[in-house]
Structures are given as structure tokens and as C-alpha cells.
Design a protein around this ligand. Structure first.
Ligand code: DX5
Ligand code: ZN
Length: 217
């Protein structure tokens, strides 16, 4: 089943509760939470306290995308705050295998994430440890950027590797996805689609998610 994951980065933070409840009601499958530290990316967003707050607002899985240095130091606080999925960037994590194991021990689904320019071969040794791979289709740090079309080839390549080896891994794609390109991303082999502005900057979330699903069905 293909999934739609609204990224709250583009929600109105002055009424985050309403926004989260609205996308849940509108049929979202997960809530994508972008954690940024001002070091790995040039922006700062939210920490475990906000995740703890989100946990009370929704029963949807919280998909926590860590764009931070030293991710190993923050796995436990984010897991305890109620994260259901945690992704760690391969560019910053030196002991990835161990970090992925810790995530799983904490009963959270582990995922690995790659920037648009990072080659797929960087994750080949981790494919046994992850439940999903997140492919960035913009450079991380901000919502509202343009989809980098080269990433489609990467999605196709990863799809082939996963299918050939029978890995139980989902492919998530994040950045610049909209109603007018989600079909291409889905055809390339994407399973989970993160949309920030593509949902939160539209007027009717329910209508938007309905149309998105039509495109990927
Ligand atoms: C970017 C974040 C994305 C972002 C996507 O660093 O990881 O999740 O919110 O936003 P849009 O869909 O607007 O590109
Ligand atoms: Zn993200």
C-alpha cells in the first residue's frame, strides 16, 4: 500500500494541533517530522519535546527525519518521545549499523536517508537492517524547494535492488513532491511520499490527499 506522509514543516505552527488533526482526518498515513539542528542543515526546527506533544495529538505513526549531527546521541530521547519511525542520514553517521540496531531495540522502525548527491552504494551494507530507505529529492533544510529530477533514476535503481533481493524495504521520497509529479515518483518505484507545501499550502487537505491517491493508484 502506497502511503502519503504530510510534512508538518509547512504547517502553521501557531495552530499545530489543528493542522495535525486536519491531515489525519483528511486521510494521511503518517506524520513526517523534520528535525534540524542548524549544523547538518542551515535551519533549526523541533526537538523531542514537540514530538512528545505531537504524540498526544494523533494516533498516526510519527515518521521522524533526523537532519542532525551526532544522531546517535538523540535516538533515545526521540524514541521515548513517541517516534514510530526514525531515519538517520548516512552522511553524518559513522556507526550506522549500531545506530540502526539501537533504533530497532527501542521498538522503532529504522530507516536510512540519503541526500540527492549521495550515491546509493553508501547504503548497500545496511539494507539488511532497515525497514525503509528515504531518498531526498531536494537538499535538506527547507520546505518548498523544487524536485531534483535526477533522483528518479535513483528511485528506479533502488527499486530494482530491493525487488531482486526480496528485501522487505519501503522506498520513501522527500522533497518537492506535488500533485503534478507524484505519479512519476510512484512509477519509478516510490512507496511513501512526503509532502510539505504540496499539502499544507493547499486549501483543502482532504481534496488534495484524495487527488494524490488517485495519481498513485
Ligand atoms: C526538507 C524536508 C522535507 C520538507 C519537504 O529538508 O526534509 O520533509 O518538509 O517539503 P516540500 O514538500 O515542501 O518540499
Ligand atoms: Zn523530511
Amino acid at each position: 500500500m502506497k502511503k502519503i506522509a504530510p510534512s508538518i514543516l509547512s504547517a502553521d505552527f501557531s495552530k499545530l494541533d489543528k493542522e495535525v488533526r486536519a491531515v489525519e482526518k483528511a486521510g494521511a498515513d503518517l506524520i513526517h517530522v523534520d528535525v534540524m539542528d542548524g549544523h547538518f542543515v542551515p535551519n533549526i526546527t523541533i526537538g523531542p519535546l514537540v514530538v512528545q506533544g505531537l504524540r498526544k495529538l494523533t494516533s498516526l505513526p510519527l515518521d521522524v527525519h533526523l537532519m542532525i549531527e551526532k544522531p546517535q546521541d538523540f535516538i533515545e530521547p526521540f524514541a521515548q518521545a513517541g517516534s514510530n519511525w526514525i531515519t538517520v542520514h548516512v552522511e553524518v553517521c559513522r556507526n550506522m549499523k549500531q545506530v540502526l540496531k539501537i533504533i530497532r531495540q527501542l521498538k522503532v522502525r529504522p530507516g536510512v536517508v540519503l541526500n540527492p548527491q549521495t550515491p546509493l552504494k553508501k547504503i548497500f551494507t545496511f539494507l539488511d537492517e532497515v525497514d525503509f530507505v528515504l531518498l531526498m529529492s531536494v537538499n535538506p533544510g527547507f520546505g518548498g524547494q523544487t524536485f531534483i529530477p535526477n533522483v528518479l533514476k535513483k528511485v528506479e535503481q533502488l527499486r530494482k535492488i530491493i525487488d531482486k533481493n526480496g528485501y522487505p524495504i519501503e522506498i520513501e521520497v522527500d522533497g518537492g513532491i506535488k500533485l503534478d509529479n507524484i505519479k512519476e515518483v510512484s512509477r519509478a518505484g516510490g512507496d511513501i511520499f512526503v509532502l510539505g507545501t504540496g499539502i499544507f499550502k493547499t486549501l483543502n487537505y482532504k481534496e488534495t490527499i484524495r487527488k494524490l491517491r488517485q495519481e498513485i493508484s
